[in-house]
Design a protein around this ligand. Sequence first.
Ligand code: TYM
Length: 332
Amino acid sequence: TPRVFSGIQPSGNLTLGNYLGALRRFGKMQDDGIETIYCVVDMHAITVWQDPAALRNQTRELAAAYIACGLDPQKSILFNQSQVPAHAELAWILNCVVRIGWMSRMTQFKDKAGKNAEKMSLGLYVYPALMAADILTYKATHVPVGEDQKQHVELTRDVAAKFNHDYGVDFFPIPDPVIEGTGTRVMSLRDGNKKMSKSDPSDKSRINLIDDADTIAAKIRKAKTDPDALPSEAAGLADRPEARNLVNIYAGLADISVDDVLREFGGQQFGAFKPALADLAVNHMAPISSEIARLLAQPDEIDRILANGAERADAIAAPILAEAKQIVGFIK
Ligand code: TYM
């Protein structure tokens, strides 16, 4: 039976990239009658420094964002990672399966660490093994993510296969990344070759889920573009990363194809397209940010939802972890 698992880090500043690449798609998947498990990965978040009080707020804010974007905590399981011990325990076993060389190839670590690799936490380095544990401790089959997480899901497949091979079992299913639609690679508003990221030092590079209408409109007005009119078909965007990004964002928000957007706006200048995009974005995001604010006014209720989700998650994860420990040779 198909089982969906995905996670998002509560590291603040949820962006339009997180929304189009992940959050919005999660809410849609649960309606197909599949089992869906969504996690606030607080253990991943502390791989870089998090102020404890801020982390608590960000965890609740992300839980609220999941719900505001359409996740129903009755239909889906919504919880924070640290409340289910199987993640950490299985991660240790997988740390002993994965090879150092596999980790060294992870581009996200290289991007984040830059020249300072020696000064990063060891947790940041082994982060992908924890992510593999997240997925495998539920025997999840489908992992919806944005393009930037593809390599980590591929590593998870390799880890699952190596575990099965080393122990001579057919235990972990090999999970598939699900990377579909126009929103899986949203780029910076300042540089069409860089992904939109919550950690970009420039706030103008991204739209945050909680930006107000004026801020969103201003950021889109100032977004980098080129002087040409929009082309009438997608091929015309090939060498125009900024133009392509804005058209993609429009398509993602409106839930239509890039060709549909260009049928409407082909031949028009950005002076006409940007206000239309700003309207669309504002109309789309305003109800989400006010719903997040409404939910955050009742932090106890959010904590209750997370605790309930953790209990249901644990009921699935604990027996799978127990079996993995037995396979490895641990006495109980
Ligand atoms: P994180 O928290 O960086 O991002 C959460 C989700 O948002 C997607 N995303 C984007 N999609 C499109 N365009 C962008 N600019 C953009 N930026 C972010 C990400 O691809 C992701 O789907 N390691 C993960 C969290 C994680 C996880 C997991 C995911 C931990 N365990 C298990 C899936 C399964 C991360 O840091 O995502």
